[in-house]
Ligand binder design. Sequence first.
Ligand code: PMP
Length: 997
Amino acid sequence: MEHAKSVIKLPDVAHIAQSWPGFQNCLIEALPGEIDLNFKLTRQDGACFVLKIAHPDTSLESLDFQNKLLQHLAKQALPLRLPQVILSQKGATIHLLEGAEGGNRYVRVLSWVEGRVWGKSSPAGTAPLESLGKALGVLDAALAAFEHPEARRYLKWDVIKMPWIELHFELFPENQKKILLYFLSLFKSEVTPRLNQLRQSVIYNDANDYNILLDPATFVPLDVISLIDYGDALYSCTVCDLAIAIAYAVIDKPDPLAAAAAVVRGYHRQYPLQEAEAAALFPLVAARLCISVTVSALNRSEHPENEYLQISDRTAWSLLEKWHKIPPALAHYTFRHACDWEPCPQRPAFNQWFTQFNAPAPIVPLPAGAATGWLDLSVGSLDIGHNRNFEDSDRFERVIENLLEEKGIAVGVGGYNEVRPFYTTDSYTIQSNDGPHWRTVHLGLDLWAPAHTAVYAPLAGVVLAVQDNEGERDYGPTLILEHTPEPGLTFYTLYGHLSRASIATWKVGMQVEQGAHVADIGPRPENGNWPPHLHFQVMLDLLGNSGDYPGVAYPDQRAVWTSICPDPAPLAGWGASPTPPDLRLSQRRSERLGPNLSLSYQRPLHIVRGHLQYLYDHEGRRYLDAVNNVPHVGHQHERVVRAGQRQMAVLNTNTRYLHPNIVGLAGELLATLPPEFEVCYFVNSGSEANELALRMARTATGRQDTLVIAGGYHGNTAASVAVSSYKFDGPGGGGALPHIHKLPMPDPYRHPKEEIIRQAQTVLKTTPPLAAFIHESILSCGGQIVPPPGYFSEIYAQVRASGGLCIADEVQTGLGRPGATYWAFQLHGLVPDIVTIGKPLGNGHPIGAVAVRRDIARAFANGMEYFNTFGGNPVSCAIAHEVLNVVYDENLQANAQEVGNYLLEQMRQLQVYYPLIGDVRGSGLFLGIEFVSDPHLRQAAALQAGWLVNRMRERGILLSTDGPQHNVIKIKPPMCITRPNVDFLVEQMGVVMKEMR
Ligand code: PMP
């Protein structure tokens, strides 16, 4: 098109533009365009337009068609910002430019639509996809009644004309030809016979990613506001519009089917699809891609010198390859689900037959007099216990044996539609469109019984497959039967984890009688190395599988898979599987708990399991917990859990008896502190530790006045709130009480060190003699702020000079978290008078401590007894003892330093690309990432920080925001976090940062 560009220069355009009213002296910019010459005109009043000079071959009728289409849409007040046709001085929609080089040309002016081009953005999550579907639905609904004689034309891009590509298969290598052939035959089998059932209308026919505009007004573009360029519009099957949009919008998605379903959902809600359209959609998407790669191949063969053409269809091919791996029926059912229909259309017929079916006998018969019972192996089941109970096959077998014995049952039944944690380790990770996900929803019924127990056929059938699915945690020896209990109804049953010997004589095609002994339950390890059990599954569609079949589904596809695989329990002779109760946690929580007890995330999480640095929600999704410093050595750490369980089973009582646990723990804790600390007190929380510390300091000094730092937080009790500026200066707070004196926030990101110290000195000059100065050594709620070197020692010196005591609050930071040191006060070279300890000490169990000098302890013992019902009890102390030992044995302080430094480094690299990251700071595994709207002005970017935290949650990483303006991302994970975890966190953060650009 270069030749065409060169013939019309900007001054000519300026002249042409005079034919429209008000276009004198407008700013003109050339725009890229494949066929037309396009120019952006900015009028002096700021309004923008596109001047389009049509290619000389373009007919007047086709331009009239486009204009009429836009005018038709303009009349309907659609919720889209569509280009408007601007009339010329003469009131015409099309202006004739006579005698231009290359022939006469037609010129049009359309209004400019400001938006972010989809193809240049990284639309985040499913919202933009649904919005795209909705926008197309709006458009197609509005075009349903539009007609124009030019609309009925032939375009090679018309998806319905796809079979033309057949003529050009010789352009492709064998592997690609195979894929094109596959989709061509799918088109012929699934689309061609349905053609007369598909609605037809004038369609837009060009929802490619460079024609879709997103709302530019929000920092994250989520809403599709416009679709531009109507040059390809024509009369065709309406659903092609949807197919084209999908072909472009899902192109880079790890899970294109899920993304496509979101577009379908948006479309269907706006403009309901019909069943035949949903059935044709999958091959139509492929058809568009096939046309696209064929057009590219043709262009390439005509212009072999053009490098750009050589790579231009890489993304289309990568999507075609992914699309090729999706069973078409699964896609069809997924689209049906997106339309809120029963996903598997065979299901009603199965249900109908099933209501009349009576199981002859259980397929795994019970020994006489023995009982059966349901087993709960769901992700949060207390029966399973620790992750190692299922990760280690020997342990898993013992757990199942013990459960059967405890419950007094010979056969344990369960598992259909149950969310299980068995496949949530790294090796089973699959990328969804929003971070990693795992197959967790079990589709079969498990019958846990001893190896070699006989299995009987519930109904007559034919052997469809006999296969040994070898491999750890696979099905092992497997049998699949086909059943046709009545004309028109065929379905399949699968029997997994069998004994090899018991299926040796079956051959494909053999008849199986109802009630026949078909196989035996297999022993470990030949059964896939599971505790012996039968996996029994019913499938209404084999989806192209033969000897194997998915037995677990991704939670987001649960409705589709449970529609294809109905509950097998009634067929197996065990009534219906229990359905989990509807806990309505959100609603009942807000009814029963105080309204100011907040939940994290816009979509609150229901967490049911934790393991080391991971948490698992009720759907079995595993999250990297990057914000929880309470499970210091890791969630559910086996040694810590065991220590608590063992002590709890023997004794738990108050501290008025001699017991080695409290004495031992005090010794161990003091050994980690400077020698000045000689005495410990045990409490139940960080707040209580600070409450006690303040009481001690006030008793010891006989004063009340206390010095605090702006943004500091020390707890939820009355006295600790009174010293927490984060609370008393925050919403609902009443400001500082008269005896509380506040230092400004020592924020080195915003103020030089000298200024910070000077400001502190100014406050200290006017403060009365103090009981105490209480501080965090890295301000946590204040925004992970590390005060500058020399700051604390200056304050300590002045406080002590006036007889006050210095309390270091280590509730967040203690036990090796700072990496370089065991306690955060040591980062500043301090030796405080009182240290308070909380969160990490119990690894989630409520225990806190106060460590002091002996003289302070003596002064505190003024006659009033110190008693604490729970503080220091044998169970809490056993747990804390184990935590201290695990920190040591697992070298967790060194890990905090090593992994923490790596995390800092990686974040600083991200900072180079994203000016939104104003500051990266902290020590060890106690870090803060401050978001600012501009790196120079340093204004808090709280919305963006909140967005990031919520998006990271969607992508499998838990973080939170803090700081007085909630613009600081807090990172303080369990101390066992690894470098690969950091890589994952940084990679995901990069993805989300890009969405905000
Ligand atoms: N001090 C600090 C520094 C804290 O961050 C917290 C809790 N976030 C507390 C004390 C209070 O601890 P708890 O919630 O265990 O009472």
